[in-house]
Structures are given as structure tokens and as C-alpha cells.
Write a protein that binds this ligand. Sequence first.
Ligand SMILES: Cc1cc2nc3c(=O)[nH]c(=O)nc-3n(C[C@H](O)[C@H](O)[C@H](O)COP(=O)(O)OP(=O)(O)OC[C@H]3O[C@@H](n4cnc5c(N)ncnc54)[C@H](O)[C@@H]3O)c2cc1C
Length: 379
Amino acid sequence: MDYELTEEQKLIQETAYKFAVNEIEPIAKDCDREERYPREVWKKACETGLVGAFIPEEYGGPGFGFVELALITEQLSRIDLGIGTVIITATFGSENIFMFGTEEQKKKYLPLLANGEAVSAGAYTEPDAGTDVAATRTKAIRDGNEYVINGNKMFITNGTICDWMVVLCVTNPEAEKRHNRHSLILVESDRKGIEANKIRGKMGIRASDTAEIAFEDVRVPLENLIGEEGNGFRQLMHFFDTTRTMVAAQGVGLAQGALDKTIKYVQERKVFGQPLAVNQGVQFMLAEMATKIELARNITYKAAWKVDQGQVDPSLNAMAKYFSGEMAVWVCDKALQLHGGYGYIDEYDVQRFYRDAKILEIYEGAKEVEKITISRRLF
Ligand SMILES: Cc1cc2nc3c(=O)[nH]c(=O)nc-3n(C[C@H](O)[C@H](O)[C@H](O)COP(=O)(O)OP(=O)(O)OC[C@H]3O[C@@H](n4cnc5c(N)ncnc54)[C@H](O)[C@@H]3O)c2cc1C
């Protein structure tokens, strides 16, 4: 057992943190206020090698593992979860190409992501199929050499700005078991019949693009199928079992950022003629925050490490995501509390962290779903 990061991992961590401080921090507040997707920062992140860390060298990526991806995710989220999400999800959905795609698909799509020429999306959720993703109704019917897609997707990250999306569709409605009815199909965003509308007014991660998407008689070639027809649901579960570690890393980074700001604030803010930090009650609160962050960090790194060892552990990943998300919400609540009234206003970043944190308990599987995965393993 070795808890030390390698020199290369430390360098990746440092590079990501410096990038976040220099490129993200100066615009984070404005992007949140204006709900603006910072395309220029995504582009710079690609040039710095922070996008598509999982993409192997032969497809133009740096060929890192999920541990390195977790380190990058953590450091970006420490400064701003919204723009961190922009960078980390620039390849979202395309992990399916990496895991289940053909050699031709990998060669065609992955280099574009790594080089900063394309952004992708994963379109699974529907207005009536979120937690129960197998209730998906979007259909892809074969017609000659093509699939014809009809349906609606909801809450799709990068929906209005992506170049392609990997869409969960029903291709085999006649299959007896509902888990054998789905397939993942790559759909280029410029195909006729697609309408994507940005969802405004999100509580948090407002720099990240979120959209509703309608597909009306969208035609794609059969070769756009990712993996096996009828196996899309199982492929998607495997996808979530790996990418959830990144949501856990987002929680660790966000909470660490909230703690960093709070440590600084309680030393500056004077109450009863002395810094807030001299109160043992305040110190204990900070100690509890630091402890919970460290616990989440350890389980997240372990989960990511197991992915890299080819020992994906759905239960451990679910624990990491559930614990880290809940921890981040809790830590941000305490951070805001220690900022008092100042924490409640827009001028101070801590209110943005507080709003951003909540999504970590909802997307990529609500925390209750993680508990279902964990408890299933217990029996
Ligand atoms: C900002 C944002 C970005 C997103 N990005 C994407 C994306 O890129 N791609 C994509 O496909 N989706 C995306 N989503 C969708 C997200 O994954 C879903 O919102 C999430 O899975 C929950 O689905 P739902 O909203 O339909 O909630 P529902 O399924 O209606 O569930 C509502 C709540 O009920 C509880 N619940 C549900 N089932 C159970 C149960 N069995 N036991 C106990 N409690 C339960 C949970 O607390 C849950 O939050 C995004 C959502 C948001 C808000």
C-alpha cells in the first residue's frame, strides 16, 4: 500500500491548481452571474493538457488514468465547480467511445476531444426517465442503413454547445427484459431534426451549459452505434460506475476550496475585538470540515485507483460519490455560516460554493441511488 502521489501526479495536481487560479478564478464570478460558458478557458485547458486526461496517447490524449483525472478535477473544483465542470465534462459521454467503441470510432472522435477541436455530451436523462433511466422512451428505429431517432432528453450538459452526443435510445422494444432494450448511439449535433434549448436559471454550476434536446426524425448511420445493440443500459451502468469517481473528486475539491476561504476569513474577521479563529468552537468546526474532506479524498482516490487497476468497484464508487457529495454540501453550509452575513451576499465566493455543492447530490445518480448500489452489495 502506497499513499504517496508520484512526482508526475504532484506535477499534474500543481498544474491544474495553477491553471484554476490564473485562468478560472478571475472570471468565475462573472460566468456564474451571466450564466456564461467560457469557451476560451476550455480551449486553454485543452492546450494545457487538462481535457481528456483519460484519452490514450495513440488517440492524441495524455494517456493518464482516473487517479490523474481525479487530481485535475479536484484542483479545478477547488476554485470553481462551474468552470471546473466545463473542463471536466468537455469529453462527457465519449468515455463510452473509449470503453466500448470500435477502433475506427476511437480514431475518429477521441483526438478531436483531446486537441480542443470538439466537445461532447452524454444524453441519457429524459423528462420522465431520470433516476429510472431504463424508462427511457427515445426511440431509434432501423431504416435501411440508418437509425431514425425520435424523443426528448432533459438536463443535458453541453447540450447547446457540443459537437456530438452519445444518446441512450430504445432500439429493441420487443426484448423481454427492459434492460436489453437500449443502445448508445453517437449523434452529431448538426444533424437535421435536432433542437437544443439552453436551460437558464440553474441554482449552481451556472457556467456549465445545460439543455433540453428534442430529436425529430434524426437520421444517423448504423455505424454510429457504440458497443452492442441492446446492451446500452449495461454499458451505461459501467460508464457511471467509473465517471462517478469524478463527481466524488468534484466534491472533495469544492469542499477544500470552501475550507481554504473560511480559514482565511476567520483569521481576518474580528468579533468581540479578536479574530473569529481564536474561538475553539470555530476551530472545532474547521477541524471537522478538514477531517470529512480528507475522508472523502481518501475514498475517492481509492475508487479512482481501482478503476485504473481494471477492478472497477461499483459499490466503492457509489460510496465515494454519495459521501463526497453530502460532505461537500455540509462543508459549504459550515463555511457560509462562519462567513456570517457576508457569506450570504454575492460579493463573497462562499455563497457560490454553497449553491454549486447541491448538484453533487443529484447528478450522475442521486445519492439515494448510490445507497441502493451500496446496500445491494451488503446483501
Ligand atoms: C445541472 C444538471 C446537469 C445534468 N447533466 C446531465 C447530463 O449531462 N446527462 C444526463 O443524461 N443527465 C444529466 N442530468 C440529469 C441528472 O442526472 C438527473 O436529474 C438525476 O439523475 C435525477 O433524475 P431526475 O431529475 O429525473 O429525478 P427523479 O428520478 O425524478 O428523482 C427525484 C428524487 O427522488 C429521489 N429518488 C429517486 N428514486 C429514488 C429511490 N428509488 N429511492 C429513494 N429516493 C429516490 C432522489 O432524491 C431524486 O433526486 C443533469 C442534471 C442537472 C440538474
